[in-house]
Design a protein around this ligand. Sequence first.
Ligand SMILES: *Cc1c(COP(=O)(O)O)cnc(C)c1O
Length: 533
Amino acid sequence: MNAPNKSGWKPAMTEGGTADGPATVTGNRALMLEEPLIFEIGTTGTTGVDLPEPQESATRLGSFVRKDEIGLPGLSEPETVRHYTRLSRQNYAIDLGLFPLGSCTMKHNPRLNEKVARMPGFLDVHPLQPVDTVRGALEVVNELAHWLIELTGMHGVAMTPKAGAHGELCGILCIRAALEARGDAREVILVPESAHGTNPATAAFAGYRVEDIPATKEGRVDLEALKARLGPDVAAVMITNPNTCGLFERDMKAISDAVHAAGAFVYCDGANFNAIVGKVRPGDLGVDAMHINLHKTFSTPHGGGGPGSGPVVLSEALAPFGPLPFTARMADGTVQLVEEENAAEHDHARAFGRMSAFHGQMGMFTRALTYILSHGADGLKQVAEDAVLNANYILRSLEDVLDAPFGPSGPCMHEALFSDKGFADGFSTLDLAKALIDEGYHPMTMYFPLVVHGAMLVEPTETESKAGIDQFVAALRSVAERARAGDESLKTAPHFAPRRRLDETLAARKPVLAFDGPCTPGGTPQLSEQGGS
Ligand SMILES: *Cc1c(COP(=O)(O)O)cnc(C)c1O
């Protein structure tokens, strides 16, 4: 155990230093520690655990018995801990600073949520435990379901989908089940040009043909064009509100009325619910199904920090088709689990099926409910107001250096959208984003939505202070001015990151996904160019 690394140590940096200091033999720059791949430092002979030698036993694998060493990299426990700790320090996190990714709602994850989620009664439950032993957990699921219905003004909710995209599929499958129940096969789902890629992907995955709805010059759904396209072949319209241009769809009620009059359903992508939570109830706008990304609006960790969760709220017309299982409060006050065997008693004989094996993301439910209850009605309303205020502050602070295509038509919702118009010839949104890394920020969402050239979508969320936003604005202003002036150093940014500008096309086209060749003591590991082995 704890054997020293057999592959030995080799001097790392032979280049001769940079403008800001001399070379170091380790490649480290003080607390910025250089870290090789685990395949480069691991050896086959090392392990962090002592296990007894396996007993000889008859094998039934025949010719499939492994003949060579498996070649996995082995490290002692301290080496393993340090390897992953060092890598984690090369990563950006919401606990390090402002995370401006638009559409992602990278807000602070309150520590109170974590404390509650770690209570043994929630942390240690297992989905196969007898129901009588998990009454408290079912209460939590049901209580959260209640508040999601309350906040959205809807009729029911499917809690089991595991993320926003999974929720979209759940909602569209409910719509399909409702249409099939009335013997009305329809083939088309209409999706605005500015939609998130998951919307058309969901519709296509569910077997529908996807057609675009055009946007107006102001960045909103073109109501007249939509009305003109509605007909007996249209199953549903998928609309994001507020939309991905950061604008509220003011015609939402008129859109819903027209869609319903044509016998179709309204799916709302609720990823941007943070902008309107506590202010607007989607049910009042005629929405039939909407997913809620608990990991966005309700502060459960995401982006490498934890799994998502995408409950789908449903209208009265769709609720009977929602998936199993779900929870229901009984007349005697207890919460019951509704499964196939008792679905009929709960008016759910027409449930379309299941979205997951069990009951959803329990850890995210406890966190989201903690967040909702600790904020209260007034707190949630203030979340939306502050998120919108912060985004508008950024929009107005930068519109002299960054083109805001929809800025002139009024305030935005919780995200500010800019384009690359005004950059010097040959300078792109990518150059600006890379320079933002040098300033110590994760870049904003780039090249989305597609309706804006070189789009930059910035969502500060409500959890940033004015001082924090001012510093971010100063950084963005500086890199925007450099892009306008054609500062060549932007082209080679980032200069201070652990790795410099990577060839992203090559990385996407020829990803190095597999370690090829055994980890031999002192040997040089090979990385295969193409993944798959
Ligand atoms: C995040 C997002 C989704 C997808 O949600 P996931 O939880 O990532 O699956 C869909 N639409 C929009 C607008 C989003 O921002």
